[in-house]
Design a protein around this ligand. Sequence first.
Ligand code: SAH
Ligand code: SF4
Length: 351
Amino acid sequence: MVGTFLDLTFPALEAQLLAAGVRPAHARTLWRALYRGPANLTDDGFPPPLQRWLQALQREQPLVSRPEQLADIPSSDGLTRKFLLRLPDGQTIETVLMGYTGRHTVCLSTQAGCAMGCVFCATGQGGFARHLRPGEIVAQVLHAQRALKAAGGDRVRNLVLMGMGEPLHNYDAVMTALEIITDSRGLNIGASRISISTVGVVPGIRRLAAERRPYHLAVSLHGASEEERAALVPVSRRWPLAELIEACREYGAITGRRIFFEWTLVAGQNDSRDHAQRLALLLQGLDAHINLIPLNPTHGFAGTPTSDRAVDDFQAVLRAAGYPSTIRQRRGIDVAAGCGQLQRQSSRSVA
Ligand code: SAH
Ligand code: SF4
């Protein structure tokens, strides 16, 4: 598929202008228009050479391809909005805007579908369709930003790559998108306000560390033994737990950064005090924070959510072992809950 301007980092855009004989200095004007200006690129009072070049290009390909919004569903508390977006080839993805106490956070998708097959995850249950291009990841931020501004909000400050898809399975496109998103001349979202969540793609974790990528890392664990984890996360057979924890230790040593571990609590399966104890043992010596996520029930998985009491007990064990943890608020549970669920619902009703 043909790329668009949103696929390009600033240096790449500058190089294109240079190659086309347009002054590379105009790259800044164009970049500002893309990320800070109104939607229409050619009506912007650009310098004539830049405008001519854009008009000529536009005849051949779309310069900016914006996803079409199929749904914008607010949660009943009004704090979360979930967008269902349709890409030019008909694939649909979800983007979630969370507005907790003014610190607006957007949850991005990195793939249409997901190949990892975690049994409780709606996206995993639907299988893999394709990787998103950098511009399709960037466009989600622009979409949420515009929606936020239209509602009188400020700007998007935090990003989590926790929507549909496995970010480290689409490594290059995700890193390019993040370079674009963090560029101080444009969207200017701080790298320290961006978290990448991975199911545990070991080579990707190693690469993040080797390349000194400045983002936060969250690793989805869900089990503290090979067998228990593989029952929920099938790719644990490809990148075994021992190897994953080793990669996390290396990541921590190289970057000096705390790692966030995610643990989706499923009643009777991974939510006992004993599980919490084994988790604490597994993470021994790591600078770790644990995010506890009560299960959002999905159609393809028979498991049920843990009781509030069990969540509290689990957290108490972690606290006693010296690990900070947070219970993820299930905001937006009434707007089709976990990432991927809205998309699944709509494709089911279409089918
Ligand atoms: N692919 C990445 C990021 C997207 S999923 C990853 O797996 O980490 C983001 C988080 O939501 C993961 O921790 C995932 O395990 C969790 N999750 C997915 N479906 C869920 C569900 N139905 N209930 C609770 N947590 C879920
Ligand atoms: Fe993919 Fe993450 Fe869902 Fe697993 S939890 S299937 S890795 S999106």
